[in-house]
Every structure is written in structure tokens, then in C-alpha cells.
Design a protein around this ligand. Structure first.
Ligand SMILES: C[S@@+](CC[C@H](N)C(=O)[O-])C[C@H]1O[C@@H](n2cnc3c(N)ncnc32)[C@H](O)[C@@H]1O
Length: 227
């Protein structure tokens, strides 16, 4: 039932998502509970496949200092932190919705991950310039209309060779030119197109866009010392 209810926002066949999700195996009860909560309250958390992908990327990149922009109730944070814990690292996560952040902190406690996570309450656009350290891995999943702001602010915080992952970059497939969507989304879709173009053309990053979940971009910041 969970996946059928989510299928409305998929831009590829529901059967494919369903099949690939069966390959992931059963999630633990805590993640399942969070998925149900998010669905009931229409909180747009990452899909289980994207969560698993984040976990894999953090493991593969051996990232220790991880930053997340957009915590919500902490679903993606838990996928990230389970990998970061094995790398002996730490996750900093930011959300401006205090109620959601408090619920996320309760989930971090239940997942026995709280000591690996610093949760910051506030607008990422104000918090990012004040962060004192750099990051090996950054995950952006907050307000789609603000992605370019986050990109500019987060750029100096990513170490050379660091990874940047951004969710929802294809926004239901509407970012692809000549697709049909309600006029109220025009501005957001336009901003996402601009974001993707700037990120893809940025010579400081190598970027690929993956058409799964709601569209996920993966970039690596160029490390000039290794060129
Ligand atoms: C899509 S949800 C995050 C979902 C979460 N990453 C997950 O997959 O479990 C987006 C969150 O970004 C937060 N947000 C939006 N704009 C923000 C901003 N400027 N600064 C901090 N948080 C913001 C919202 O409050 C919301 O909880």
C-alpha cells in the first residue's frame, strides 16, 4: 500500500519502483514507521531507494563530515547516519521547522544515533555562512526554489573531492522541457531548471543526474591537487 500511495508522484512506471524496492529488502520497523508518518502527513521524505543510495554513497566515499539541508522528521538523516557511524564521522542537519526537528531528534534517540548528529534549528541560508567547519558530503533536500542559494552558500564548505547530492532535481519529471504541469509550479520548475543548468555547467563540479526517486543529482567537487 505504501508504494502505491506514493506512485502518484513517480515519473517512471510504478512497477519498476515496486520491483526495485523489493530488491532492497525489508526496512526495519523504525524506518517503516517513519515512512508511514511521512505519508500520512504528506511530508516529502526521500524514497527508500534514495535513502539506500545515500547510505551507499556515504559508505563508498568514506565521508566523515556530512551536512544535510532539510531534515524534516529525520528519515534521510537516519539513512545517512547509519553509514557515517561506520565511517566514525558525524552528521550536521538543518531544518527551519522546529516541530519537525524535535520529532526528528526523538527518532534519532530511538535509532540510537543521537550522539552522531547535530540538529540545527533555523533557516539554512542564515546558518550556512556561520558554520565553522568543512564537509566531505553534502545532501540538499529543502525548499526547491532556494537550491541555487544553498549551492552558492555551501560551495566553500565542501572539501576538494567532496560529494554534493541534491534531491528532487527533476520534480516529478516536470523539469524536462515540454512537459505539462499546473501553472502554479511554473516558477519552481523554472528555478530547478536554472539550478540544474548552473550545477551541470559549473567547472568546479563533475555532475550526473539520475532519473530515479524524484531525480537526484550527484556531483564531485574537483580536487585540483589530483588533476
Ligand atoms: C523535503 S523535506 C526534507 C525531507 C528529508 N530530507 C527526508 O528525506 O527525510 C524539506 C524540509 O526542508 C525544510 N526547509 C525548507 N526551507 C528551509 C530553509 N531555508 N532552511 C532550513 N530548512 C528548510 C522544511 O522545513 C522541510 O522540513
Amino acid at each position: 500500500m505504501y508504494i502505491e500511495e506514493r506512485a502518484i508522484s513517480l515519473f517512471y512506471p510504478f512497477e519498476m519502483e515496486h520491483y526495485l524496492e523489493t530488491l532492497l529488502g525489508e526496512r526495519d520497523p523504525l524506518l517503516r514507521e517513519m515512512e508511514e508518518q511521512a505519508l500520512q502527513e504528506t511530508i516529502p521524505v526521500v524514497t527508500p531507494m534514495v535513502g539506500n543510495f545515500l547510505n551507499l554513497l556515504v559508505t563508498m566515499s568514506r565521508a566523515q563530515a556530512v551536512l544535510e539541508i532539510g531534515t524534516a522528521i529525520g528519515y534521510s538523516t537516519i539513512w545517512l547516519t547509519r553509514a557515517v557511524k561506520k565511517n566514525r564521522g558525524h552528521v550536521t542537519t538543518i531544518d527551519m521547522n522546529r516541530d519537525r526537528l524535535n520529532r526528528a531528534i526523538q527518532y534519532f534517540e530511538r535509532a540510537e544515533l543521537k550522539k552522531y548528529i547535530t540538529a540545527l534549528d533555523g533557516d539554512a541560508r542564515k546558518i550556512l555562512p556561520q558554520l565553522p567547519s568543512t564537509f566531505d558530503f553534502v545532501f540538499i533536500d529543502a525548499a526547491k526554489g532556494e537550491y541555487l542559494d544553498y549551492l552558492n552558500l555551501v560551495y566553500p564548505l565542501i572539501v576538494p573531492g567532496g560529494v554534493l547530492v541534491v534531491d528532487n532535481v527533476l520534480f516529478r519529471g516536470w523539469v524536462v522541457p515540454n512537459t505539462t504541469f499546473a501553472p502554479k509550479y511554473e516558477r519552481m520548475v523554472g528555478r530547478l531548471r536554472q539550478f540544474l543548468e548552473e550545477l551541470s555547467r559549473n567547472p568546479e563540479f563533475t555532475t550526473t543526474v539520475l532519473p530515479f526517486g524524484d531525480g537526484v543529482s550527484v556531483s564531485r567537487k574537483i580536487d585540483v591537487s589530483r588533476q
